[in-house]
Write a protein that binds this ligand. Structure first.
Ligand code: ADP
Ligand code: ADP
Length: 226
């Protein structure tokens, strides 16, 4: 079965700019999938549509069979998104950001605290739990975004350029974390404009350019062609 199924997705922005032209994309449950493309290709637009921040012009989107138009809440429950911008409340304490997020999903406080502790320890943020988010380094903020997206234990995690601005050592540690998460059963899709990241992590890959999928193959086949 498919974790993500996108068919004929089009997006024209209000100013008339055509950002997506008939995107078809199918990602199997359990996959670690890369959406690779240059800046401006349409990666963030695609993720914006999944997170309902951007409205699509036409096409269908399903997450584990839940249609975005007819079952948005069911879709939301199995999807975690890590956008590029840090969109948490910068003045909030790290632990509270996670507990508040859990509240949106109806998770009880005790359970939320247990999940938050586990995630903060795994992502090496436990020592920062009583710190305001704005005081974290860029890499820590990025990990906080990941922890927040995982609080409701989504079956599909989508990350938009997860290691942008992260130094090489921290990047490796994030790669290891994501690999472990995938091995434990979470389907992962990440966008990147950086082939090495896709190569390190992903089994399958789609390349997007000017709002179109120009290649959709296994990582191994793509590397064999280069
Ligand atoms: P990527 O994430 O691959 O860099 P984006 O999805 O952010 O690409 O952007 C795709 C194209 O859509 C870019 O040319 C961008 O300038 C344009 N775009 C993004 N947001 C808007 C908007 N709100 N209005 C008009 N054009 C936009
Ligand atoms: P969010 O977008 O999640 O609300 P923000 O960090 O933008 O998070 O804002 C959270 C709260 O902090 C808001 O009430 C906002 O008015 C306040 N806030 C944001 N930036 C500043 C700032 N530079 N100085 C003082 N208050 C701010």
């Amino acid at each position: 079965s498919y974790a993500l199924s996108i068919q004929g997705l089009n997006k024209t922005y209000r100013n008339g700019f055509v950002a997506l032209r008939g995107i078809d994309l199918h990602v199997r449950e359990g996959d670690f999938f890369a959406l690779l493309g240059p800046n401006g290709a349409g990666k963030s637009t695609t993720i914006g549509i999944l997170s309902t921040l951007v409205t699509k012009t036409s096409g269908t989107v399903e997450v584990f069979g839940h249609d975005l138009d007819s079952h948005p809440l069911q879709l939301k429950r199995c999807l975690g998104i890590v956008p590029q911008e840090f969109n948490f409340n910068q003045f909030e304490l790290v632990l509270n950001i996670l507990v508040v997020q859990a509240g949106y999903y109806g998770i009880k406080r005790k359970e939320a605290l247990a999940r938050a502790e586990q995630l903060l320890r795994q992502l090496e943020l436990w020592d920062k739990r009583h710190t305001q988010a704005r005081l974290l380094s860029g890499g820590m903020k990025r990990r906080l975004m990941i922890a927040r997206a995982l609080m409701h234990q989504p079956r599909l995690l989508i990350l938009d350029e997860p290691t942008a601005g992260v130094d090489i050592e921290m990047r490796r540690s994030m790669w290891e974390y994501l690999t472990r998460l995938n091995e434990q059963g979470t389907t992962i899709i990440l966008t990147t404009h950086y082939l090495e990241e896709a190569e390190q992590l992903c089994r399958n890959i789609a390349i997007i350019d000017h709002g179109q999928i120009v290649e959709n193959t296994s990582m191994r086949q793509l590397l064999a062609q280069l």
